[in-house]
Design a protein around this ligand. Structure first.
Ligand code: PEP
Ligand code: MN
Length: 337
């Protein structure tokens, strides 16, 4: 249930509504907008009578959110959410570029790639150190040692870090070194992991599961928000379809659909979305044209020697050219890169 307060509602009136919500054993989620305060009453709202709230002082309007997801629904928060961290903004006019290797492999590798993606215009360095590999015999990542090297490389070139977390007990050790926790496609419905990330104050990049509907995707975001972490960035990374030509089918239509249903920012991953280098740039351009708030792209200085996802990694000069093209597309839709 959503209770919209009048523009001139007093602090006491808002608090009285909050108290009433809590008395019904519901959770209060408060959004203080520039014009008015909106209170979400979340939980088993069958016990709540809307009329009891409608008659309270300072209340403008009361309604129920029909969608199963509540906090991430646009009904609850009509304006786009802008996620702010370390001087960066995600979900605003500027399209954010995240780039780097699939995996951190060595000190020279991550330094070289960090330098090149920073020079091209990326602001966030990607790179996995805990890799969820299909085969237990494949490279599993450099772990915390890799993350420490990655942090130094990112700092040297003034980049932020996004990297994947695969277990709740990694939250604490990773915390000092990372800027965004990435939840991979294979973990989109790892509910203990989502719940654990709901209590951190750092943003979470949530990738769409390869067999997840848009509604399931938003319900996963809801898990993170329900525990109090509203800094969720969604990522369309391709879904599994009958098509075998590409590794996945990048669902471009999910971008405007998610924007309609939710206020959360959504970025696209055309690298995992296609699995083939030659299709990464066309799909990246399409994603930006469709309204993506950012892109996460795999870039490698020696893709033929990469320990994971070499065939879908761009060469640094291809990434640089892509950014120049994206600037023109962004301009056409009133945004910047
Ligand atoms: C990755 O970003 O390297 C990755 C494993 O992505 P996904 O979870 O989308 O497969
Ligand atoms: Mn990868």
């Amino acid at each position: 249930m959503v209770i919209v307060m009048k523009n001139n509602a007093s602090t006491e009136q808002i608090e009285a509504v909050e108290t009433k919500i809590k008395k019904l054993n519901l959770h209060v989620h408060r959004v203080d907008g520039t014009m008015q305060t909106i209170l979400g009453a979340i939980g088993d709202t069958s016990v709540a009578d809307m009329r009891d709230f409608e008659s309270m002082e300072g209340v403008l309007n009361v309604f129920r959110i029909m969608e199963p997801y509540k906090l991430c629904s646009r009904t609850f928060h009509p304006n786009n959410s802008i996620i702010k961290f370390n001087g960066l903004q995600l979900g605003g006019d500027r399209i954010v570029m995240m780039a780097g290797p699939c995996s951190v492999e060595s000190e020279p590798q991550i330094y070289e790639i960090a330098e090149q993606v920073a020079k091209a215009g990326a602001t966030i360095l990607r790179g996995g150190v805990f890799k969820p590999r299909t085969s237990p015999y494949a490279f599993q990542g450099m772990g915390m040692e890799g993350l420490k090297i990655m942090r130094q490389a990112a700092d040297k070139f003034k980049l932020q870090i996004v990297t994947e977390i695969i277990e709740p007990n990694q939250i604490e050790p990773m915390y000092p070194y990372i800027d965004i926790y990435q939840v991979g496609a294979r973990n989109m419905q790892n509910f203990p992991l989502l719940r654990a990330l709901s209590t951190t104050d750092k943003p979470v990049l949530l990738k769409r599961g390869m067999a997840a509907t848009i509604e399931e995707f938003l319900m996963a975001a809801e898990y993170i928000m329900a525990g109090g972490n509203y800094k969720v960035i969604l990522c369309e990374r391709g879904i599994r379809t009958f098509e075998k030509y590409t590794r996945n089918t990048l669902d471009i239509s999910a971008i405007p659909i998610v924007k309609k249903l939710s206020h959360l920012p959504i970025i696209a991953d055309p690298s995992h979305g296609t699995g083939k280098r030659e299709f990464v740039a066309p799909l990246a351009r399409a994603a930006v044209a469709a309204g993506a708030d950012g892109l996460i792209i795999e870039v490698h200085n020696q893709p033929e020697k990469a320990l994971s996802d070499g065939p879908q990694s761009l060469f640094p000069d291809q990434f640089q050219r892509l950014i120049e093209e994206l600037k023109i597309i962004a301009w056409a839709i009133g945004r910047t890169v």
